[in-house]
Design a protein around this ligand. Sequence first.
Ligand code: ZN
Length: 324
Amino acid sequence: MVLTLLFTLENDLKTKHYLEQSTAEDLARKVWLIIEDNWSKRPKDYSYQQPKIYGVPRGGVSAAYLVKNASFIGCSVTLNVDKADYIIDDIIDSGATKKRYAETNPDKLFLALIDKTDEFCEYLGEWVVFPWERAEDADAPTETIEENVTRILQYIGEDVKRGGLLDTPKRVAKAWGEWCSGYNEDVKQHFKTFEDGSEGCDEMVIIKNIPFYSHCEHHMAPFFGTVTIGYIPNGRVLGLSKFSRIVGVFAKRLQVQERLTTQIAECLMEGLNARGVGVVINARHMCMESRGVCQQGSETQTQKLLGIFKEKADTKAEFLRVAS
Ligand code: ZN
């Protein structure tokens, strides 16, 4: 119990240092140079042999293979400490492990990639996490969306350790999941039920100013506005709430306004088997208004007309008059 507490305390106090693979390889090369130097000074009958190294379980085993890879004349890793010429560990922390091995193998050099008993060790006061330990470390940075958000924060010059930003990567990841939830939605599910009483309804139905929020695919910047939908039924009418759901399926993706307009129109035309569909979108684009040419407050309008909305001039005119 006390041990666990102490361990946790120590773990919390030290900042974690995630060692890069290349740094670990550099450290292994330094260890190899010590071995090579030591090996060359041995009595001559040893010189034609390769040194055998033993890795202290568990971290030392990975370290030993790194040293083997760094060796010029070659060396072999043995799993039997009695047959080894050198003992390798990943880190000498308190020195207790080294001391234990020194008692049973006094003639063998005990080497580590990092030696914290050395007062000049650059990792003093840090909790070193080796590349082979990362998979087990819940806090280890991986190529997650959160990690990439952290990189963006660094890119824009933020201090990622600032209090207000600590949970930001997590929040951003969650928000993007919602903003782009349309990829995982099947629009067909919204056409399953139709309203009763649609018999004989052949007048134009218009649903005006459905709000939408989307993101442009060129900048991933918000664009938002309203969608106005008109259609002339062919025996099927849809509940009004379904229209904003259908708009959401396509808006909650990376989009360009023209495609968003077309997708909504074509989907309704097919799903309703309508005689005609018209869609008009008015939107403001943050990528245009807040950067570059900064055309503030300007709206972009797009239209898509299908069926008799396209074919019959008076139907088209009637819809566009109401929609704009
Ligand atoms: Zn854009």
